[in-house]
Every structure is written in C-alpha cells, then in structure tokens.
Design a protein around this ligand. Structure first.
Ligand SMILES: Nc1nc2c(c(=O)[nH]1)N[C@H]1C(S)=C(S)[C@@H](COP(=O)(O)OP(=O)(O)OC[C@H]3O[C@@H](n4cnc5c(N)ncnc54)[C@H](O)[C@@H]3O)O[C@H]1N2
Ligand code: MOO
Length: 624
C-alpha cells in the first residue's frame, strides 16, 4: 500500500465553480468570503413606525407623544422617498427599509391613530431607545467576512448562507472521475435474463454507487470479455477519461485472468502490488500509469467491495478533498468458533446483536463469492495471519461498516420460515426493526439459552415422545406457540419417480436411486434433522449440497439442479413443485424469560395473536 500511495499524487483535484443548485454534497475548494452584506440594508424587525428615538423620550400611558405621519408606507421592497424629519413618523412593515433620519422603530401595539386638521398623526405611549427594532445592514454577516472554509462539505445550510451573502455559485474540488470496468465473459447487465453460466454484473453497480458515496463521479464503462486486446483498448480509453480506474475480475491464476497482464504494457510505473496476504482480497492488483491509479479488484463480490473499501476509498477521498472516513470500533464477543486460513489476515463479516454482557458477533459465514455478506454485515473483525481461527467467546474488536450501529429492537435467532417474514412485516409497519439470523433450530435454542436473542424460532421433534419443541425447554426459557407447517418431499411435477407415493416411501426410494440428486439442508436445521431421521444413515447423491433455506431447496429442484429435497408446503407451492407430506410440524418460539418484558417482544406476541396475521398465515398455507 505504501508503494502504491507513493506513486500517486493524492492532493485534492483542482477547483471548479458550480451553481448553488449543483453544490449539494460538494467539498469547498478555497475559502469563501461573503460577497454582500446580510441584511443588505437597515430594516425594521417589527410592524410599526420608523421614528427618531429622541422624539419619543418620556412617552408613557396617559402621556403619549404625538408624531405626524409621513405620506408613505414602507412595505418590504419599497425604497423610502421621504427623509424622516423631527416630530414625524413613517409607517413601516417588518423587513421594511429604515428611512434616512429614523433611528428606531416603535411597535404598532404601542400606538393609536390621531387624525387632526393638520393631517394624519399617531400617539405613541412608550419611549423607544435608539437602534431598537432595527436589524442593521451587515449585522448578520458583512461583506468580506469569512463564510466557508476550504474542505467544508456543502449541505443545505451552507447553500442558504451562500445565497444570502450574494453568491450564485461556489468553488468546489472537482470530483475525481472513477472509471469502473467489469471483466468476465459470464457477466451481463443486471436485470437481464441470464444464459446458462451467466452472472449479473453486481460489482459495477455497487462500486459506482460507492464511488459516489465517497465524493467521486462514477464513469461506468461496462462489461468487457477476458480478451487481452479488447481489455487493453478499454483500459486506454478509461485512462484518457478518468482520474482513477477500477476494474474487477480476472486477477487470479486462471487462464482468463488477463487484467494484470495488460497493465504490464500500459506505461510506467505499472503494477506496484499484485497479491496481498488478506482474505478476502488475495489477488488484488494495485498499479499506476503515470500518476493515474489503476486498481484491479478480485472478481468475487465480497473480495471486490472489501478491497475497494480498504484500498481505493482512501484514494478517492483524498482526491475529492474529503477527510479519511471515520472508523468506529465496538467491542463484542464472538458467538461461534471461526476457523481461519494460516498466513492471511482474515476479515470476518459479522452481524451484531445485543446480549447479556454486551454485543455478540455472529459471522455471516458466506465466503468471498457472496454478494450479500458485505452489504448485510454490521461490521468486520480481523483474525491475525498467524492464528488458525478465533474461538467462541473470544473478545473481538468489530469495525462498523456503514457508520453508526443501530442495534435492532428485536433479535430473532434460529430457524427461518416464510411465515416469520409475515410477522416481521407487521412489526416493521409499527416501526419495530427486527434482525433475524437463520442459524437453524438448534443454533437458535443455544443462543436463547445464552441470552443472545429475544426469540428463537424452532421446529425440533423429540423422537421419543413425538412432541415438538416442548421437550427441549430449558430453565429460564418459555415456549410461545407459533403455527403449524407441513414438511414434505418436493419434486418437479410430473416426475414419475415421485408422483403418487407417500412421503416416507418417496424418501426411501429416492435415497436408494443413484440417478436422483438430493438437495439437503444445513446441519443444525430442524429440516435436516427430520431428513436425517428418515434416511437412517443413508447418504444419497447430493447430500453435500446444504443450503440454508426452504427457498434455496425449492429453487434447486425447480431449476433441475437437484431432483428432490425437503421443504415446507407454502414454499413448494410458491415454486410450483410437487409435494408429498412427511410431517405436520409445530413452528414455535423459545423466549428467554429475562427478555419477556421488553416492549418489542410484547409487540411480537401481540402480532402473533392478531386475527390479521392469522389470516395472512392461512393464506400463505400455514396451519393454526
Ligand atoms: N487456482 C487458484 N484459484 C483461485 C485463487 C488462487 O489463488 N488460485 N484465488 C481465489 C481468490 S482468493 C479469489 S478472490 C478469486 C478471484 O478471482 P478473479 O479476480 O480472477 O475473478 P474472476 O475469476 O473473474 O471471478 C471470480 C468470481 O466472481 C464473479 N464475478 C466476477 N466479476 C463479477 C462482477 N462484476 N459482478 C459479479 N460477480 C462477478 C465471477 O463470475 C466468478 O464467480 O479467485 C480464486 N481462485
Ligand atoms: O482473497 Mo479471495 O478474496 O480469498 O476470496
């Protein structure tokens, strides 16, 4: 990183002038002084009469002073035409311009009209001091006074001051133009139908938005194939247009990894760093052509955005004239053991939840290829290169991602169910933010016992008693009834190897048929325990594919990546799959007694019992 920074010119870019309408969020490039006085003239700050204070001396109830009225009314925007002679007054509105000769304003409430043959007059029954109720020119800010300092961020407040002080534009640091290129034959613009093997280009979307978040101007250049000649031309074009070039993909060791090779022929100093002892981010490539930084990020989305934040954001902010991003660290306890590769510093994305004795950090455990890990994590902590992992219960320092930590109102850890989303939608409408971590029924029960969550949803069958959940209750926990859901074998409709069978028979036959591919579930999930019980030790083909949700199982079967799996009826229905019932489960909630009194928990329990939710659950295919 030091070599990279040394090769660059990290001073803020030169200034440009932008209109106030375009100035929001920009960084002020040089000190700005007021161009005009505010207010621009002496003005009345009340409705009443402009007077000479000396004329009002001694005025009081019962002994008013009589002042003749001049023949003009100084409304806002009216330039006075008559200088105020001794013994006279001029009617004036709040904001009206003080006429020559006047040195105070008397409030209208202190006066009475007193027309007489010599003309209109008023009686004033209060004395006013010189200067009273006058806002003097330049008293707010005077022309030439410092208004904004270099480096200030222009918000609505700065724009208001600039406008009042006579400016219609402001000098700001030119935003660094950051060219963003994606490489990979498999990539397609987001939202398009994908051919087999196709991947939406999510890196360019998140990187362009992150460039803007840190004061840069994204220049999205699109998707390029893994072709040296095409990429070299694209990079030359990018260098001509941008202050910084960010590419993603094609950095590691595969045959298609050409990005770093083309950099070699682009100009001095070229590649400065290729490969870092970090996870995620190992194949990162930092280069410069002249003083223009060129960064090739790993293609894996978590690796790309993580290394972008670590290595590119500081450069963009420096060029944009912004101070380094503020980092906030919080102390937490690691909830589960986290193994780590020796020799690389590993950054672990975690969700944070309040628990007895402080924050608990739950690793997202999704790996470098995940597109959600960085976006959904609360923060990140590091496992040093020489450690083989971090133990459950270890204290960790978590650097927050995305600024402040907003702990959720309600923490739910355990089994996931689409019915649970319906409850959380009700709570969201009441402004209650819930965090739900799908770790499986057993993981949730353990978290509830440790006091790490408010509710632990579970569907645990006790084989001995045939009862759900209640046999697993522990001291300090209460069981809150949820709803029923049918678990069953899912298969593509029309598949004769399943049609017409009953559920347990279908499992027996499918497990014995090597041509049929299973999609399993993650260890610790209630669904996995159900299936393992039925398999009785058999390990059918596909057993190693262990996604974490019913939806993932249904999607795998619907798309033909697997032929069968176990999922709940509502999800099978949503994917148009065949369904052979296996078990009518109770999906209930373990509630730590210590948490039962919390208002968000009370709101959850009330939502659970509400007729509207019950109707919604029935609509979704759940039982009472
Ligand atoms: N034999 C080795 N293989 C790999 C190594 C290694 O050292 N030896 N390193 C691994 C590590 S660590 C990482 S990180 C990745 C980085 O790979 P690349 O930078 O070459 O990236 P690609 O191969 O182009 O893509 C990887 C992956 O990411 C997807 N991708 C790429 N671009 C995008 C994009 N714009 N939006 C969304 N997704 C994208 C791509 O489809 C691949 O799935 O290499 C390991 N392999
Ligand atoms: O460095 Mo890669 O980013 O480990 O996955």
């Amino acid at each position: 990183m030091a070599r990279f920074r040394a090769a660059l010119d990290l001073r803020p870019l030169p200034a440009e002038r932008v209109t106030l309408a375009a100035a929001l969020g920009r960084v002020v490039a040089e000190p700005v002084a007021a161009a005009a006085d505010a207010p621009p003239f002496d003005r009345a700050s009340v409705d009443g009469f402009a007077v000479r204070a000396a004329d009002t001396e001694g005025a009081r109830d019962g002994a008013p002073r009589r002042l003749r009225l001049n023949a003009e009314v100084l409304a806002c925007g009216v330039a006075p035409g008559i200088a105020l002679a001794p013994g006279t007054a001029t009617a004036i509105a709040t904001g009206g311009m003080i006429p020559r000769g006047a040195d105070a304003v008397a409030m209208i409430e202190w006066t009475a009209l007193d027309d007489a043959p010599d003309g209109p007059a008023m009686l004033l029954n209060r004395a006013v001091a010189a200067g009273q109720f006058i806002g003097f020119a330049g008293s707010d800010i005077a022309r030439g006074e410092a208004l904004l300092r270099a480096g200030a961020i222009v918000t609505s407040r700065e724009i208001g001051m600039l406008a009042a002080a006579g400016h219609d534009s402001v000098p700001v640091v030119r935003r660094p133009r950051v060219a963003v290129l994606s490489t990979g034959d498999e990539l397609h613009p987001p939202g398009r139908a994908l051919p087999p093997g196709g991947i939406p280009d999510s890196n360019a979307a998140i990187l362009c938005a992150a460039v803007a978040e840190h004061g840069g101007e994204p220049v999205p250049l699109g998707i390029f194939p893994d072709d040296e000649a095409v990429l070299a031309a694209a990079l030359r074009d990018a260098l001509a247009r941008a202050d910084l070039v960010v590419m993603s993909g094609g950095t590691s060791k595969g045959a298609g990894d050409v990005s770093h090779r083309i950099l070699a022929g682009m100009g001095e100093p070229g590649v400065l760093v290729h490969g870092v002892a970090l996870k995620p981010g190992k194949p990162l490539c930092l280069a410069a052509v002249g003083t223009t930084p060129v960064v090739v990020l790993p293609g894996f989305p978590t690796s790309a955005v993580f290394t972008f934040q670590e290595f590119v954001v500081p450069v963009i902010r420096a060029l944009a004239g912004l101070p380094p991003r503020e980092e906030t660290e919080v102390a937490a306890t690691l909830a589960v053991r986290m193994p780590s590769e020796l020799g690389r510093t590993e950054y672990v994305m975690v969700s944070l939840a309040e628990a007895e004795g402080g924050l608990r950090a739950f690793p997202l455990g999704k790996g470098s290829g995940s597109v959600t890990a960085f976006s959904q994590a609360d923060g990140v902590f590091a496992i040093p290169a020489l450690d083989a992992g971090a133990e459950a219960g270890a204290p960790v320092r978590v650097r927050l991602i995305g600024g402040a930590l907003r702990p959720p109102d309600l923490v739910i850890i355990g089994s996931h169910c689409t019915g649970l989303d319906a409850v959380l939608d009700v709570l969201a409408a009441q402004g209650i933010a819930a965090r739900s971590l799908a770790v499986g029924s057993l993981g949730g029960l353990a978290a509830a016992k440790r006091g790490e969550c408010d509710l632990a949803p579970a569907h645990l069958l006790d084989p001995k008693s045939g009862a759900y959940n209640a046999p697993f209750l522990a001291p300090g926990l209460r069981l809150v009834p949820g709803w029923r859901r049918l678990q069953g074998v899912v298969f593509r409709p029309g598949d004769a190897r399943f049609e017409g069978l009953d559920g347990p028979e279908a499992v027996r036959r499918a497990a014995a048929d090597p041509a049929l591919l299973l999609v399993n579930r993650n260890a610790g999930s209630g669904t996995r325990m159900l299936l393992d019980g039925l398999l009785g030790g058999a390990r059918p083909a596909g057993y190693a594919n262990q996604p974490k949700s019913h939806n993932a199982v249904a999607a795998a079967v619907a798309q033909g990546r697997a032929d069968w799996g176990v999922a709940i009826a509502p999800v099978a229905g949503a994917y148009g799959l065949g369904f052979l019932p296996l078990a009518d489960e109770h999906y209930d909630f373990f509630l730590p007694e210590a948490r039962a009194g919390r208002p968000p928990v009370a709101a959850f329990l009330a939502a659970l019992e509400s007729p509207a939710l019950r109707r919604r659950l029935t609509e979704l295919g759940f039982g009472a």
